[in-house]
Design a protein around this ligand. Structure first.
Ligand SMILES: [Zn+2]
Ligand SMILES: [Zn+2]
Length: 438
């Protein structure tokens, strides 16, 4: 390593040595470390999500964390909070404008188009799990980096896939034992019927004393008027024209079928005619899933038949759902939903003296190759300290590898419950342990 040091010295010569900054020892605001003790819940959620996806025939996809920023401005939509306020955008040395993905749907559709997945049998069912980034004001449990799980069905417009996605989302929470989950559903129409409705909505709101944001929404995307969180605009929602009364024949029939499938699957849904979802790419079915007493959605999604065209591909009907893993973990924690920790019983290997400490390394390998889980603690030297650890870890057996034993190539097998000990040759020890564990 001296070379590296010299180089470092050369590079820093002539500069003031930098003072160690406290900030260098802190993670960025709104981001966080996920510590070992948090993983049992997160793993439970992730494993459940994976098993469910696989059961319903979804294949995993992963896309780069960075995409061209343009993908999101075209797909998710300019004027949406995600694109305007929350996206991390950077310019590369080559001048490319890239964004840390704020969501997965646009990247998954980009990949579907780019990789020619439309040439494969349709629909394609894809699921994903990974980090997304949104530069939001960090509120409780709203991280700027969080893990999103989602499922997408691409390449088919049949309403049964809308239902399939909603059912899968519901089953996820059922599997995780999150009770009293409701699903709010709505249809926001299509290219045929939505424009007239948008105009009606804009006409209605234009006459009212609305907030500044809504004044912009009137022209940019009047559907989002219904999404306004400002106190001032709340009373107007009640009297606003309802989209369900304004759907075209095809959208009405599509939505009716979605609901029939949900009835068939006994999914408890609620019609919410004011549910619109914030992103530009949605059409027809939209939905949000809520845990009882919670105002922010656990999972949400909908149909996005126009996204492919919006980002420059051929028309591709699709529907999907996304859910934040940390958010689900928080709900489980607040409801006291326990996650059973599956700890494998491990045989404890005890060394006494340097030679046996050294030799125990190859002994551990023998066990690993035979698929027997073992544990040892090289930092402890005394027999009693290691025996204590073995008991604390509920080891069924302890293997005592003392000085005498390591010279004679023997190991003492101690039954931790009965205290009975037996000396066995090291060449036989794996076999003997296996026999006893059975
Ligand atoms: Zn329509
Ligand atoms: Zn408003």
């Amino acid at each position: 390593m001296p070379q590296a040091n010299n180089k470092e010295k050369r590079e820093t010569r002539g500069r003031q040595p930098e003072k160690p900054s406290v900030n260098n020892l802190q993670n960025p605001k709104g981001m966080r470390d996920i510590l070992p003790e948090e993983w049992s819940v997160l793993d439970k959620i992730m494993n459940t999500a994976r098993a469910l996806s696989e059961f319903y025939g979804f294949s995993r996809i992963e896309t780069p964390v960075l995409e061209y920023a343009d993908l999101f401005s075209r797909g998710v939509g300019l004027g949406t909070d995600i694109v305007e306020k929350e996206m991390y955008v950077l310019t590369t040395k080559g001048g490319d404008k890239l964004a840390l993905r704020p969501e997965y749907t646009a990247p998954v559709m980009r990949s579907y188009i780019q990789q020619g997945m439309s040439h494969l049998p349709q629909p394609r069912r894809l699921w994903y799990i990974g980090p997304v980034f949104r530069h939001e004001n960090p509120q409780a449990m709203r991280y700027r980096q969080f893990t999103q799980f989602g499922m997408e069905v691409l390449g088919n417009s049949d309403p049964i896939f809308d239902a399939e996605i909603i059912i899968a989302a519901y089953r996820l929470f059922e599997e995780l034992k999150i009770k009293n989950v409701t699903i709010e559903v709505n249809s926001i129409g299509c290219k045929t019927c939505q424009p007239a409705y948008r105009k009606k909505l804009a006409d209605y709101y234009r006459k009212l004393d609305i907030c500044e944001d809504c004044k912009i929404r009137i022209d940019q995307n009047p559907l989002r008027l219904l999404d306004c969180k400002n106190e001032k605009c709340q009373p107007y929602k009640q009297g606003a024209p309802v989209i369900l009364d304004n759907l075209c024949q095809n959208c009405r029939s599509h939505f009716r079928q979605v609901l029939e499938y949900l009835d068939e699957a006994k999914i408890p849904y609620v019609l919410n005619p004011r549910l619109v979802r914030g992103l530009d790419y949605y059409s027809r079915t939209v939905f949000e899933t809520f845990a009882e007493g919670e105002s922010s959605a656990l999972a949400s999604g909908g149909r996005y038949d126009y996204l492919a065209e919006m980002i420059g591909g051929r028309s591709t009907p699709a529907v999907g759902v996304a859910a934040g893993i940390e958010r689900i973990a928080e709900i489980m924690k607040s409801r006291g939903i326990a996650v059973q920790q599956k700890t494998k019983e491990k045989v404890f290997i005890i060394h006494v003296g340097d030679m046996s400490k050294k030799k125990s390394l190859s002994l551990i390998e023998e066990f690993r190759k035979s698929g027997v889980p073992v544990l040892s603690e090289p930092s402890k030297e005394s027999l009693s300290a290691q025996m204590e650890l073995a008991a604390k870890n509920n080891a069924p057996l302890a293997l005592i590898f003392g000085q005498k034993e390591s010279y004679e190539d023997n190991v003492i097998i101690r039954d931790m419950e009965s205290g009975v000990q037996e000396v066995v040759p090291i060449t036989k020890v794996v076999e003997e342990v296996k026999k006893r564990l059975r």
